[in-house]
Unconditional design. Sequence first.
Length: 161
Amino acid sequence: MRLAIMKFVLVAACLGIAGCKTIDDVQVWESAHARVDSTKTFRIGNFDNISPKKYQDKYPEAAQTVSTAVESALLSAGYRVVESYSAECVITGTVGEYFQGGFGGKNTTVGFNVKATDVESGEILWKTSHSITTKWEYNYSPPLLAKRVANELVEALDSTK
């Protein structure tokens, strides 16, 4: 019993150090020491495709497509994105879902995680994840859905400012 109470206190303390919010189904975690700040300069770093092997083989472009979608969404929202290594923060991510299939190929799923890391200190400033599955919609290819997911992620980030 005493151990259970100690674990509860430890978890509660950890949650108090950093905030985690869910905004329109988008998970956003912020460091307790830094806030989402669009005035910083960001560089787009590596995105890795960690989706199941059969989807990695079928969609080898997934990581690059998601990376480009995130970059476009950040730029559209007024974030300062640069290509030089003099940026204050680097944006990296992982693609966990990226496929189209199901009955008649009508279902599309795209989901990924994104985080911003301070280049100088190495501190993770924020991270977020989101996934969308469309059902019975012909108009969503994985690249188009990646743009929608990226836009919703950035909207969620902006709402935390």
